[in-house]
Ligand binder design. Structure first.
Ligand SMILES: C[S@@+](CC[C@H](N)C(=O)[O-])C[C@H]1O[C@@H](n2cnc3c(N)ncnc32)[C@H](O)[C@@H]1O
Length: 543
């Protein structure tokens, strides 16, 4: 089946130039795939010949599931030349695992591969999903021609289209049936992206109620473009560098994952598995189902590519935890495994630092606050000692100092209350309470903004284990304590048993010890403590 390309008899190692690659691709039927462009025509106008033997060998290898054209392209263009386009092709083990998942997770009528390269995902998807149309979008005419050849040899030309263009700009018609978006969006750092596209990212994100960073790489653009092109019910999987899980510019992907994209699962691939042959970096596969809002997100970390096919072994994290955290990759690390029914505290409770006043001398009530209305004075835990001395339960708040917490809008106060407060604020201002980082970063400098009473309070810095205390007194807390807030309301039995368990089991060694022996538990470290789940806690004390 020699078509189009000029063929001569000869050796089989002849894919050593761009012209030879194009000639071979033409000979293999590249033109049969829809979407042939003027740029590709221009590339095809060369006179280079490849031998029949080369073409036959390439065809055989493609039919055996290899990608000799893609490999030759990567040999021809060194990594440094491919970097500006983010052209790192995906190893077969990854393509197969992702496509295998997709073939079971849906019944797509169309498969879209954004940044198709030599078409590895499309060919694999075409084999697993026999009736779907296959659409590749590629900005570079050379890999686009190679993808066409691969599709033609695989016998998929009639249901394939390769669009030469920028994925962000390409119009993808709605088909009224499920589309699978699958691939490896190009990884190109922001300084290689033009200002037009940076502005596009910020504007498009803004229209959807998100903010975006100028520092975002091209893969972030591809996530946003996918949300734009996809319809409810579409699904997909993208492999990218894993850094979006943690870096500031990745916040847009994190928001899309929890929002419109419908993220369901993230698999992090350790660099030891060499997910991207050209770069020793950590990768992440993001699985999504547009419109889904699962209560729990599946997370997994693999060290070998062979582990990708195993869809078990995920840990599950409540979506609220991802919503509450600015870095995600630590959540993908396997937690400590406890007995059956044990979970991380963060699965059932949020942990928040207490409020910082910025100026305790002013904001903790004393002679300075004489005349202030009772309703702006809140009994508050202001010293760790108060929790150490409380025992299991803080029953009575009367011995606690009170923090002055004024509303942001002072108009809600009566005229007489307002007068007393104005007098207090004049004194506070004279002491400089309206200055300083904390006061100037509050909604209103006069409003400390205490958190609501936490059902459980805990100290977090000492030379002994933290004191966990049931806060029946409804006391507020300053930043010498953390508040533990159940995500769903717990009855008193569960609360008491949880506090008893934490008091009995948490060791000073579970925190971070600083020079001098002081141990600190950050809120996220408290959330990672292993505790019996609510079902176990409801049955009785668990020590
Ligand atoms: C990481 S490679 C992946 C190739 C292929 N899907 C694979 O996984 O083997 C990304 C591809 O996207 C292409 N690309 C870069 N910028 C693009 C853009 N704005 N629109 C469409 N394709 C783009 C590159 O030329 C490159 O072939």
């Amino acid at each position: 089946m020699d078509r189009d390309g000029p063929i001569t008899a000869g050796k089989t190692d002849g894919l050593d130039s761009q012209d030879a690659l194009v000639a071979a691709a033409l000979a293999l039927g590249a033109r049969e795939v829809r979407g042939w462009s003027a740029e590709e025509e221009l590339l095809s106008a060369q006179k280079r010949r490849v031998s029949r033997a080369v073409v036959a060998d390439v065809r055989d290898r493609i039919q055996c599931g290899e990608d000799p054209l893609g490999e030759a392209f990567c040999n021809l263009r060194r990594p440094a030349e491919r970097r500006p386009q983010g052209a790192t092709f995906t190893p077969r083990a990854i393509v197969d695992a992702m496509v295998g998942w997709a073939a079971e997770a849906g019944a797509p009528q169309r498969v879209v591969d954004p940044g198709t390269g030599s078409g590895r995902y499309l060919v694999a998807a075409g084999l697993r999903i026999p009736n779907a149309s296959l659409v590749g979008i590629e900005i570079d005419p050379l890999p686009a021609i190679l993808a066409r050849a691969n599709l033609a040899v695989a016998g998929m030309a009639a249901r394939s289209e390769v669009v030469l263009g920028d994925y962000r700009a390409v119009l993808l018609p709605r088909i009224g049936a499920q589309t699978l978006f699958i691939g490896n969006p190009p990884y190109v750092r922001h300084h290689l992206l033009g200002s037009r596209w940076k502005t596009w990212l910020i504007d498009e994100a803004h229209k959807r109620g998100h903010s975006a960073s100028q520092l975002a790489g091209l893969h972030v653009h591809f996530f946003l473009a996918t949300v734009d092109k996809a319809a409810k019910g579409d699904f997909g999987a993208f492999i990218t560098a894993a850094e979006w899980l943690d870096v500031n510019y990745g916040s847009l992907v994190r928001e899309l994952f929890l929002g419109e994209l419908g993220g369901k699962r993230i698999v992090v691939i350790e660099p030891t598995a060499l997910p991207f042959p050209d770069a020793a970096s950590t990768a992440a596969i993001t699985y999504f189902h547009v419109g889904a809002k699962p209560k729990r997100i599946k997370l997994k970390r693999v060290e070998k590519l062979t582990e990708l096919k195993d869809r078990n072994g995920n840990s599950e994290v409540r979506r609220e935890r991802l919503e509450g955290e600015r870095r995600w990759s630590h959540l993908t690390r396997p937690g400590k495994r406890g007995p059956e029914g044990y979970i991380e505290l963060g699965e059932i409770c949020r942990v928040h630092r207490g409020q910082v006043t910025g100026f305790n001398k002013v904001w903790i009530a004393g002679p300075n606050s004489a005349g202030l209305p009772e309703r702006v004075l809140f009994p508050t835990v202001t010293k760790a000692r108060e929790l150490f001395e409380a025992g299991n339960v803080l029953e009575d708040a009367s011995a606690l100092r009170r923090v002055i917490d004024l509303p942001v809008d002072l108009d809600v106060l009566s005229a007489s209350e307002r007068k007393a407060i104005e007098r207090f604020l004049t004194r506070a201002k004279a002491l400089g309470a309206d200055k300083g980082y904390v006061a100037t970063n509050r909604k209103a400098w006069w409003s400390v903004g205490l958190r609501s009473p936490a059902p459980i309070l805990t100290t977090y810095m000492a030379r002994r284990p933290p004191a966990f205390v049931c806060n029946r007194a409804q006391a507020r807390h300053l930043n010498i304590a953390h508040g533990i807030y159940p995500r769903e309301p717990f009855g008193p039995t569960i609360l008491d048993n949880l506090v008893a368990y934490l008091r009995d089991t948490v060791q000073v060694t579970q925190g971070r010890t600083y020079a001098g022996g002081l141990t600190k538990f950050e809120p996220r470290e408290v959330e990672r403590l292993l505790v019996p789940g609510p079902e176990l806690l409801a049955r009785g004390p668990m020590t």
